[in-house]
Write a protein of this length. Structure first.
Lengths: 111, 113
């Protein structure tokens, strides 16, 4: 069974540009989470989808971040416009119930 | 300290030795999970312990949970060079179906051959 996949694995963009990250959860997992780890800090929760609905987006840092999960399958996280402090690793996880399975992450570098 | 804070921040041991990492948290939890991250790779789920459990084993891993002290420990026995990685504890204070995790900064374990 395929695990959680994320695309791209790396992204290098300039400040002010837009980047869209994609996450494909494990098939059948209704819960999808986004987390990120900025340099030197802990991994932090961004938001949680149940199917296509946002259950909790309390961790989203500001309105430059937009997450979608149309159709309740894959999810995208768009950062527009990107700022230097957005650099870090963005993880996606999916779950059926408690245990969350993480993807390999997307390393975002904003120059 | 922050929710899910591990100590030590870094640990270096010789192959064959045991490694113990600790985690403290602040609020009541539903469960506590340990994850491993090898350099540049994703998080791998190691073990989950529920708030009503005190100890759990999985292979060379032993996890304890003390809810009165709000702390957990991860013991890796007979360590191997391949165990070199960052280890994170994560707590879940689920509300309804929301199982969002709160992570600590992690412990970097280096196992020297």
């Amino acid at each position: 069974e395929a695990g959680v996949t994320q695309f791209p694995s790396h992204s290098v963009i300039e400040k002010g540009q837009t980047v869209t990250l994609r996450c494909d959860p494990i098939s059948g997992h209704d819960n999808l989470y986004w987390y990120r780890r900025v340099m030197g800090k802990e991994i932090k929760f961004l938001l949680h989808f149940v199917k296509e609905s946002k259950q909790d987006e309390s961790g989203m840092p500001n309105n430059r971040f937009l997450a979608e999960r149309t159709g309740g399958t894959y999810s995208t996280l768009k950062v527009q416009p990107a700022e230097l402090e957005d650099s870090g690793v963005y993880f996606c996880a999916s779950s059926f119930e408690g245990e969350q399975f993480f993807g390999p992450g997307t390393r975002l570098t904003v120059l | 300290s922050q929710q899910g804070e591990e100590d030590p921040q870094a640990l270096s041991i010789q192959e064959g030795e045991n490694a113990t990492m600790n985690c403290s948290y602040k609020t009541s939890i539903n469960n506590l999970q340990w994850y491993r991250q090898n350099s540049g790779r994703g998080l791998v789920h190691l073990i989950l312990i529920r708030s009503n459990e005190r100890e759990k084993h999985s292979g060379r891993l032993r996890v304890t949970l003390d809810t009165s002290k709000k702390s957990s420990s991860l013991l890796i026995t007979a360590s191997r060079a391949a165990d070199t990685a960052s280890y994170f504890c994560a707590t879940s204070t689920s509300r309804g179906s929301n199982y969002k995790l709160t992570f600590g900064k992690g412990t970097l374990l280096t196992v020297n051959p």
